[in-house]
Design a protein around this ligand. Structure first.
Ligand SMILES: *Cc1c(COP(=O)(O)O)cnc(C)c1O
Length: 367
């Protein structure tokens, strides 16, 4: 009745496309970001496939996500970067989860976990170069570097990486962040530290700044076949959508002119027409504010959802087109109807569209 089809073949193809793009001058590693249920695509299925495809690292926001991956038997390197003050770093160190370090307190707690296990923790120093989220500022960096150096010397931590994240505000702001990141790296090296991977860019920065790929890039949205830019250029980059959202028409009916349709009568039939009922609503993540703007495809024809999207369902005026119960309705995920189109209708970004899909959709994995 409602289905998200996740094409893992397209995921693998996007990884290969991005690898070709970044490996022009030197070998650049790829961290595949699978946080937030792999942007709604299904974290375990996506992580398993990326592991099969030889991904260098998997990236998650928090340790709960890392734990779910390890429990499912994922053995790839995993980096987690968003920690609660009470997070159990013993679990992380024991199960070889690389940890971002954004503060002295985190370093201290990670070192304690390492002491308890008699095993060094792998850390990536997170530097705030101008996003204002987590990470140490350049002012705090010097003292943290001293602490990291002594933790390295006493065998408590291994400095696997140093990283930061761009604000994607504009070229000038991004270049200023790249310069700050280089400054942070120089400071760390002057403090006697070295790193397996320095990494800064997500999908957008990876495509925009070839000079800032260092030893690794962190890719989320591009692996899911979507463009990180607002101009819907995924196809131009050779990226293929991984998620397709569909449903079946559950009822059709012939109604006269002047009938009010759905809550609030945002739409009244201009003439005698056929209404088709589709069992997807905002409970599935279809944005309510896309009412009167979003388009769907039924039998290769586009129709606007002119009435109010409800919790469980919406209605489409299909005119005199031949539409019958059981026909497939495509919400997004094809060449001529993309997540970007729905994002535009809802005044948001493609990231939010795929990530919020859930509710009563069933997921089918192909490819
Ligand atoms: C989510 C995230 C990414 C991935 O971003 P995309 O734009 O989806 O490629 C990379 N790095 C960090 C730190 C993130 O939080």
């Amino acid at each position: 009745m409602r289905k998200l089809t996740v094409d893992l073949g397209n995921l693998a193809s996007n990884l290969s496309t991005m690898r070709k793009l970044v490996n022009t001058e030197s070998e650049v590693k790829v961290l595949g970001v699978v946080k937030a249920n792999a942007y709604g695509h299904g974290m375990l299925e996506v992580a398993k496939r990326l592991e099969q495809e030889g991904i260098d690292f998997l990236g998650v926001a928090d340790l709960e996500e890392a734990r779910a991956l390890r429990s499912a038997g994922i053995s790839s390197r995993i980096l987690a970067w968003l920690h609660d003050p009470k997070d159990d770093f013993v679990y992380a160190v024991k199960h070889d989860v690389d940890l971002a370090v954004s503060s002295s307190d985190q370093l201290l707690r990670i070192s304690r976990a390492s002491d308890e296990l008699g095993k060094p923790a792998r850390i990536h120093i997170k530097v705030d170069t101008g996003l204002g989220r987590n990470g140490v500022t350049l002012t705090e960096l010097d003292s943290l570097l001293g602490e990291v150096k002594s933790a390295v010397d006493s065998g408590k931590v291994i400095t696997s990486g140093i990283f930061s994240h761009l604000s994607s505000t504009g070229v000038q702001e991004d270049l200023a962040q790249i310069a700050k990141f280089d400054e942070a790296i120089s400071k760390a090296e002057a403090a006697g530290l070295s790193f397996e991977v320095r990494h800064l860019t997500a999908s957008d920065g990876t495509l925009s700044y070839p000079q800032a790929r260092y030893e690794m890039v962190r890719l989320g949205v591009a692996l899911y076949g979507l463009s990180p830019f607002s101009d819907n250029r995924a196809k131009e980059f050779g990226l293929k959508p991984v998620m397709k959202a569909t449903a079946t028409v559950v009822q059709t009916k012939r109604v006269p002119a002047g009938e009010g349709v759905s809550y609030g009568y945002l739409y009244k039939t201009p003439r005698e027409t056929t209404l088709a009922l589709v069992p997807v609503g905002y409970a599935e993540g279809l944005p309510r504010n896309a009412s009167t703007k979003a388009e769907v495809l039924i039998n290769d024809r586009k129709f606007v959802i002119q009435s109010r999207i409800a919790m469980d369902q919406f209605v489409v005026d299909v005119g005199d087109a031949s539409v019958t119960p059981g026909d497939e309705v495509i919400l997004f995920g094809t060449e001529n109807l993309t997540a970007d189109d729905l994002a535009d209708a809802a005044e948001t970004i493609n990231y939010e569209i795929v990530t919020r899909m859930g509710g009563r959709f069933t997921r089918e994995y192909i490819g």
